[in-house]
Design a protein around this ligand. Sequence first.
Ligand code: UDP
Ligand code: MN
Length: 309
Amino acid sequence: VLTSFPRKTKEYNIWLVFTKVTNVSTLSYKFRDLIHNLLNVSSVPLKFNIIVDKVSQGIAENQIADVLYGNKTIVYSFYDIEESAKKIQDIVEVMTPHFSSKPGTYYSDALFYISLGLYRIAPQNQDFAILLDCDLYFKKDIALLFNQFSNFKPSALFGLAPELTPVYRHILHMYKAKHNTTFGDFYHDSNILSKSIHPRGFQGYNSGVVLINLRAQRNSTEFLEIISNSTVQRMTAKYRFRGHLGDQDFYTLVGNEYPHLIQTINCKFNRQLCTWWRDHGYSNIFENYFKCNGDIVVLHGNCNTRIPK
Ligand code: UDP
Ligand code: MN
């Protein structure tokens, strides 16, 4: 049973992960800037849901106080990362061997898979959520992003924008050498392999902005199968896939194997700025992946890239 947005709900739930922070870390300033930015740019009443550890919560409270002045108000709740990690432990155990760079303690891993198990962490009455990285800057109203839920195909559980680097071409190198596939290719109008699921190329997904239909996910029996060890084993073996980017590696595989579960949203909702791959063997094709035409809504300063404001 799918609920359409925003017809039946007027809640605008934002989720942020803010953990392992120290007072001097850049993450604390990114967090403050994003809260400030969202309060200024939003035409709808936002509810902030922030996943923290004890130390990070104190820093978050100070940063929030810092951006509240005049008659500005903010609605927020904190969720403990250790409790949250326990609720998604099974998912993290399945994913980390394939998608974490150096599998470590359970809670440092869990933070990169929160989006997959958020439906267990969020209050049961939350039907829709948007999980955001802290290194984002909204140039336009975040209501535009919430409106994307209305464009979801009925089967979609998640909404994601494309990854804008050749990282998945790189990871799929072995598979692509032996198979005629558009998986890992950049998106292009003349790149048509008609039998393919993504005939014009599929760059994979970036998880800096994740739209989640929590209600649909809770009601989905298929989803439990998708996150099972056997499905993840099958997909990673098929593509000889070894990643290091957490949940977005999983979404990228799902986008190729079970495309009905993910709604692709426009790159303007997650315009990544990291150019690391341009200087690491892909200068000739990097621009094809990186280009994003249109009126940008969200800038993403990933790999610590400074955001031009
Ligand atoms: N994060 C965190 N603590 C950390 C590292 C990351 O809470 O020590 C969270 C934070 O919300 C951050 C997100 O995880 O925005 C993803 O990390 P980041 O944006 O740095 O990754 P990138 O986009 O550069 O791949
Ligand atoms: Mn990021």
